[in-house]
Ligand binder design. Structure first.
Ligand code: ZN
Ligand code: ZN
Ligand code: ZN
Ligand code: ZN
Ligand code: ZN
Length: 196
């Protein structure tokens, strides 16, 4: 049974500080920020480890001559980083907290699976994909919203009409501009009216 992982600390930028176990027992340190990489770990040809982000930033920072070399041993750093899968498999299996923990997410996730989870977390927010709609809200509420979205294209219900119109304009279309509405009125309903 998984232990209850309610943390008093606020989830901030330095997520690694949140795991008590990590603070006691770092398996490796980045040679640029001197912290334990969160998950993605890369190395120089001699095995000096870095967070993947620190490595990228180091390679992009061209104000110093050393941008192309390992800050520890000066060996050239390839543009395509060498990953350290052993470190990643250990770090990646550590527990992590969702970015939407404050919104109520208690999902049991690992560092390695965090990015994927956060992308589709039901406590995350999203925007309506319909053009013109400004709705945004929980991912879990999108289905319900889509059913009601005034901007979602729906087919006209008049027989013979192949047009699709935004849901919010459907009533107006059906009784107004729809050509098939006019035809029905003219051919089918006018004679009936004449009989009344
Ligand atoms: Zn780092
Ligand atoms: Zn090195
Ligand atoms: Zn979540
Ligand atoms: Zn919408
Ligand atoms: Zn129509």
């Amino acid at each position: 049974m998984p232990a209850k992982r309610k943390r008093p600390q606020k989830t901030g930028a330095s997520t690694s500080a949140n795991d008590e176990k990590v603070a006691e027992d770092p398996i490796c340190k980045c040679n640029i920020c001197f912290e334990e990489p969160f998950f993605l770990t890369v190395q120089c040809a001699n095995g000096h480890l870095f967070c993947s982000k620190c490595y990228q930033q180091h390679r992009e920072c061209r104000t110093t001559e050393s941008w192309k070399s390992c800050p520890v041993c000066r060996v050239p750093l390839p543009p395509q980083p060498i990953r350290n899968l052993l470190a990643e498999s250990i770090l990646g299996s550590r527990p992590a907290t969702c970015d939407y923990e404050d919104a109520g997410c208690t999902a049991d996730i690992t560092r390695g699976g965090k990015a994927e989870h956060v992308k589709r977390c039901e406590f995350g927010t999203t925007e309506c994909p319909q053009q013109g709609c400004t709705w945004s809200g929980r991912v879990s509420a999108l289905v319900e919203h889509t059913a009601l979205c005034e901007f979602r294209s729906v087919p006209c219900t008049n027989r013979g009409c192949n047009e699709s119109v935004p849901r919010g304009q459907l009533a107006e279309h059906i009784s107004g501009e729809c050509r098939f509405r006019l035809v029905e009125l003219g051919i089918l309903q006018l004679p009936q009216r004449a009989n009344v």
